[in-house]
Design a protein around this ligand. Structure first.
Ligand code: UDX
Length: 434
C-alpha cells in the first residue's frame, strides 16, 4: 500500500484515483473545482464513463479513496503525488501550461512541510522538457526543497480511452515511466507492483515525447484511413474496409485505428497533434506530416457535406439530420467533435440542422445552439432531406429502413460506415469510402 495523492479529478485523475484505490492503495484526490469534489464525495461521476460510478462507490466503501479541495494539505501527507491536470490548446495550438504550473506550485507548498521523501509524477500530457524546465522549478520554489535529494520526479503518461478508461487504468498493456533518477523510478514502480504488463523506464523527456508520438501516430493512422476512403471514392467501386483488411494481412501493419470516418476528435488527438506541431515550429522545425494530418481532419467533415450536396442538390433550405454528436460512440464528450464543424458548415450553407445523440445532446446544444436537438432518432429524421451519420454508436447498426421512413427525401450519408445496408432498402445510401 502506498499513500497517493492525485491533483486534478477530471476524467484522467478520477479514473486513476479509483483504479489505484481498487489496487489497494490509500488515495486522496483533490481538485480546485469544489462542485466536482462535492459530487464525487456523494459517489457521483460528473461525466459518462462505463463502470466508473460503481467502481467509485466500491472504492469509497473500502475507505481507501477520499476527495478534498485542499491540494496543499493533501500533498503533504502523500508518498507519491500525481499531477493529472489539463493541458489545453491555446488559440495558436501551443500548450497552455497554466494548470500545470498552478498545481505544481500548490503541491510544492504542501511538500514544504512534508517530513519525508516524496515523488511527484506528471501524468498530464506535456512537451519534452516541461517536467524538468517548468514543473521542477515550480516545486522547488514553493517547497524550498531540492529535486533529487529531497523529492523525486517522474513522467508517467496515461493512455486511457474514453469509454474504457477504467479498464485501461486497471489493466494497461504497457507502462511508460520517465524518471529523473533510480530512486524516483523505484518509488513509482512500487505503485504499479501488482500491474502485470510491459514497462519501460526512460528519461523524463523521452517519456514526455512517447505520449505525443503515440497519439500523433494514432491520429496519423486515422487520417490515413480517411484519406484512403476519399481515394476509394475517387476511384469508385472500392470499399475502404476491404482495402484496410487486405493491408492488415501484412504483419507490419496493424489494422486497428484504420477505421475511416469523418475525422478524429476528443480531448487528446487534436490537441496533442497541434501541440507537437506548434512545439516543433517554436523550435524551428515544421512537421509536414502532422500539418497534413490536421488539414485532412479539418476537411473530413466537409467531405460529408460534399457527399450530401452531390446526392441531394444544394443544401440551402434543406433539413439535415445528424446522428451522433459526441466525438465517438460510447461517449458524451463533444470536445473537438467533428459534428461541430459539420453542423456549422451545414448551417452556413443555409440548411436547417437537427441532431440526436444517445448521450451528448445537452453538451452539443451548448456547443452549437443553432442546431435543434431531437429527443430521439425518429424525431431527428422526420421531414429531413438528408441524414448524416457522424459517429459510431453501436445502435446505429440496428437502424432499418423503417427508422428512415418519415424522411422527406431518403438520402443517407454513412460517415462512419456503420449502418447495415442490407436493412436499408429504398434509401439513397451513400457511404464514405464505398
Ligand atoms: C485517445 C487515445 O486512444 C488514448 O490512448 C489517449 O490517452 C487519449 O486519446 P480517446 O480520445 O478516448 O482516446 O479516443 P479514441 O478511441 O482513441 O478515438 C479518437 C478519435 O479517433 C475519435 O474521434 C474516434 O472516432 C476516431 N477514430 C478512432 C477513428 O475515426 N477511426 C479509428 O479507427 C479509431
Amino acid at each position: 500500500m502506498v499513500r497517493l495523492f492525485i491533483a486534478g479529478t477530471g476524467h484522467v485523475g478520477l479514473v486513476y484515483a479509483v483504479a489505484f484505490a481498487l489496487d489497494g492503495h490509500r488515495v486522496v484526490g483533490a481538485d480546485i473545482d469544489a462542485g466536482t469534489v462535492a459530487a464525487v464525495n456523494r459517489g457521483e461521476v460528473p461525466f459518462h464513463e462505463p463502470g466508473l460510478p460503481e467502481a467509485l462507490k466500491k472504492a469509497r466503501r473500502t475507505k481507501r479513496a477520499r476527495f478534498s479541495t485542499d491540494i496543499a494539505e493533501s500533498a503533504k501527507a502523500a508518498e507519491v503525488i500525481f499531477l493529472c491536470v489539463g493541458t489545453p490548446s491555446r488559440p495558436d495550438g501551443s500548450v497552455d501550461l497554466s494548470q500545470v504550473s498552478a498545481a505544481a506550485k500548490t503541491v510544492g507548498e504542501g511538500m514544504g512541510s512534508a517530513p519525508g521523501y516524496q515523488v511527484v509524477v506528471v501524468k498530464s500530457t506535456v512537451l519534452p522538457g516541461t517536467t524538468q524546465g517548468v514543473v521542477r522549478p515550480a516545486l522547488e520554489k514553493a517547497s524550498g526543497k531540492d529535486a533529487g535529494p529531497d523529492f523525486g520526479l517522474c513522467v508517467n503518461p496515461e493512455f486511457l480511452r474514453e469509454g474504457s478508461a477504467l479498464e485501461d487504468a486497471l489493466r494497461p498493456d504497457r507502462l511508460v515511466i520517465g524518471a529523473m533518477d533510480e530512486r524516483s523510478a523505484k518509488a513509482l514502480l512500487k505503485v504499479y507492483a501488482r500491474t502485470k504488463c510491459k514497462r519501460m523506464v526512460t528519461a523524463l523527456r523521452t517519456a514526455e515525447m512517447i505520449k505525443y508520438a503515440t497519439n500523433a501516430f494514432l491520429a496519423t493512422k486515422v487520417s490515413f484511413a480517411n484519406e484512403l476512403a476519399n481515394l476509394c471514392d475517387a476511384f469508385g467501386s472500392l470499399n475502404v474496409d476491404e482495402v484496410v483488411e487486405g493491408m492488415g494481412l501484412d504483419p507490419r501493419i496493424n489494422p486497428r485505428f484504420l477505421k475511416a470516418g469523418l475525422g478524429f476528435g476528443g480531448s487528446c488527438f487534436p490537441k496533442d497533434v497541434r501541440a507537437l506541431l506548434a512545439g516543433g515550429r517554436e523550435r524551428g522545425y515544421e512537421s509536414r506530416v502532422l500539418r497534413a494530418v490536421l488539414e485532412l481532419n479539418d476537411y473530413q467533415p466537409m467531405r460529408a457535406v460534399e457527399l450530401a450536396a452531390e446526392a441531394a442538390g444544394p443544401l440551402e433550405g434543406k433539413e439535415v439530420a445528424i446522428l451522433g454528436l459526441s466525438f465517438k460512440g460510447g461517449s458524451d464528450d463533444v470536445r473537438e467533435s467533428r459534428a461541430i464543424p459539420l453542423a456549422k458548415v451545414l448551417l452556413e450553407r443555409g440548411a436547417a440542422v437537427r441532431g440526436f445523440d444517445p448521450e451528448a445532446n445537452e453538451a452539443f446544444r451548448r456547443a452549437v445552439p443553432e442546431v435543434e436537438i431531437a429527443p430521439d432518432v425518429k424525431t431527428a429524421l422526420a421531414r429531413a432531406d438528408v441524414c448524416i451519420v457522424h459517429n459510431d454508436w453501436p445502435q446505429w447498426r440496428d437502424l432499418t429502413a423503417a427508422d428512415f421512413a418519415e424522411m422527406r427525401r431518403k438520402v443517407v450519408i454513412d460517415g462512419r460506415r456503420i449502418l447495415n445496408r442490407a436493412a436499408l432498402e429504398g434509401i439513397e445510401f451513400v457511404t464514405l469510402g464505398g
